[in-house]
Design a protein around this ligand. Structure first.
Ligand code: FCB
Length: 430
């Protein structure tokens, strides 16, 4: 059973909710949003949920949900000026927000990097440039000093797979680069940045827990002939990151890549990357099927006639149990938090209500899947719903709604969906 000490929360990320471009520097997503057809609805993050102005009412809303914790991210280009000094107004926003949360007894889970790289760093190569890993550590160093006492739990990175693969390898996310070498190099520098940032956190706040958030889409073969494809996809997309962090090695698939796409790795990098973490954050939404290609690689193969969300992602709660149990078998893991799980659904408002029973069911079955994993010996100690509220869903813009709370983007009105009410009721029952 979910133990009483189990932490329940809701999650968001800076670029997806904050808005207010004027008070921060440009990030790679501001630039990417200007590229024609990069974002499905041609939108951007200039206003988003206007959280920068409405944060006090949002804190009340979070408190009313009866959650234990709120997972948010800090915008690097809001917190720091280009010369590396503190932007007092920008960092002040986070100080006020975290102070208000703590006053409401809500634990603060702070992610340092949820994809909004300052554009001036991208102009120098971004995550392809090794210096960015050191710049990230310097940022982590300053922020963790400035926010001393206000953070309960740090995550260095959110989903380095997405930053590296989607951003630099296939170019569907910012900065929109399409190069396998760039993708592999970015992944390595992100992981190095994680390790270096961990060192800064350990130095500045040794009593604050720190870890990293990884996403996993467990891989399944389409047919019995596609087992190798599923295995390779798993190594390339999922194990690449966790194996580096826990075991200090990349999967052996690395050696099968052509030499010109392999990342440059310096001596000691893997030691820095694999220092101990206090927890592993696991983000889970769906599983993916794969089939072999003619050149013995892998490609996605979507199942038909399965339940899907508005993202087109299969609803497969057992995948979460299977994932957690398999990670627990493969690695010596620290405690786990499910740092994201949730579903986009085509919500509509009637009489000021959003009856999103399909999302309620998604949460219900996935919470049971977590419970099953716990019963099979996996040390899961927390669960965060993605997301607190509808927000800017990256390349999909505002068309996909993941919130427990509905946002009317014309008026910025917040409406608690049925899923928010039921999540709250569940938490109050404890
Ligand atoms: C994850 C991201 C998060 C959100 C969800 C749907 O990959 O971390 O920001 O977009 O997907």
């Amino acid at each position: 059973m979910l133990k009483p000490a189990f932490t329940f929360g809701v999650a968001t990320a800076s670029f997806q909710i904050e808005g207010a471009r004027d008070s921060r520097l440009a990030c790679i997503w501001d630039t990417f949003c200007k590229q024609p057809n990069a974002i499905a609805d041609q939108s951007d993050g200039d206003i988003a949920c206007d959280h920068i102005n409405l944060w006090q009412q949002d804190v009340e809303m979070i408190a009313d949900l009866a959650v234990d914790a709120y997972r948010l991210s800090i915008s690097w280009p809001r917190a720091l000026n280009q010369d590396g000094t503190v932007n007092q107004q920008g960092l002040g926003f986070y100080r006020d927000l975290l102070t208000a949360l703590k006053a409401r007894n809500i634990k603060t889970y702070v992610t340092l990097y949820h994809w909004d790289l300052p554009q001036y760093l991208e102009d120098q190569g971004g995550w392809q440039n090794r210096d960015t890993a050191y710049a990230f550590a310097a940022y982590a160093d300053i922020v963790s000093k400035e926010l001393a006492g206000l953070v309960d739990s740090y995550a260095t990175l959110n989903e380095p797979f997405c930053s590296a693969y989607l951003g630099y390898e296939i170019g569907v996310h910012a900065p929109g680069i399409k190069s396998q070498k760039a993708g592999r190099q970015a992944a390595h520098h992100l992981l190095l940045g994680h390790g270096l940032a961990m060192q800064a956190l350990r130095k500045n706040c040794p009593d604050t827990e720190a870890g990293i958030v990884l996403n996993f889409s467990p891989t399944y073969p389409l047919t019995a002939d596609d087992k190798l494809a599923a295995f390779q996809a798993d190594q390339y997309h999922n194990q690449w990151y966790i194996k580096a962090i826990i075991d200090g090695q990349y999967p052996s698939l690395l050696n099968e890549l052509p030499e010109h796409v392999q990342p440059d790795i310096q001596p000691q990098d893997m030691v820095i990357i694999s220092q101990p973490i206090d927890y592993l954050g696991v983000n889970y939404y769906t599983r993916i099927h794969y089939k072999c290609t003619a050149d013995n690689w892998f490609e996605e193969a979507n199942l038909t006639n399965v339940p899907i969300t508005d993202m087109g992602w299969e609803v497969y709660p057992q995948g979460l149990t299977e994932l957690l149990v398999s990670l627990n078998e493969l690695y010596t893991l620290p405690k786990i938090y499910i740092t994201e799980n949730g579903a986009a659904m085509a919500d509509s408002v009637h009489d000021n209500q959003v009856l999103d029973y399909d999302r309620v069911s998604y949460y219900h079955t996935h919470l049971n899947a977590v419970n099953d994993a716990i019963n099979q010996g996996v040390n899961v100690q927390g669960y965060f719903a993605w997301s607190l509220m509808d927000n800017f869903e990256w390349a999909y813009g505002y068309e996909k709604r993941f919130g427990l709370v509905y946002i009317n983007y014309q008026t910025q009105q917040r409406i608690l969906k049925e899923s928010a009410k039921q999540y709250c009721a569940l938490l109050k029952q404890r």
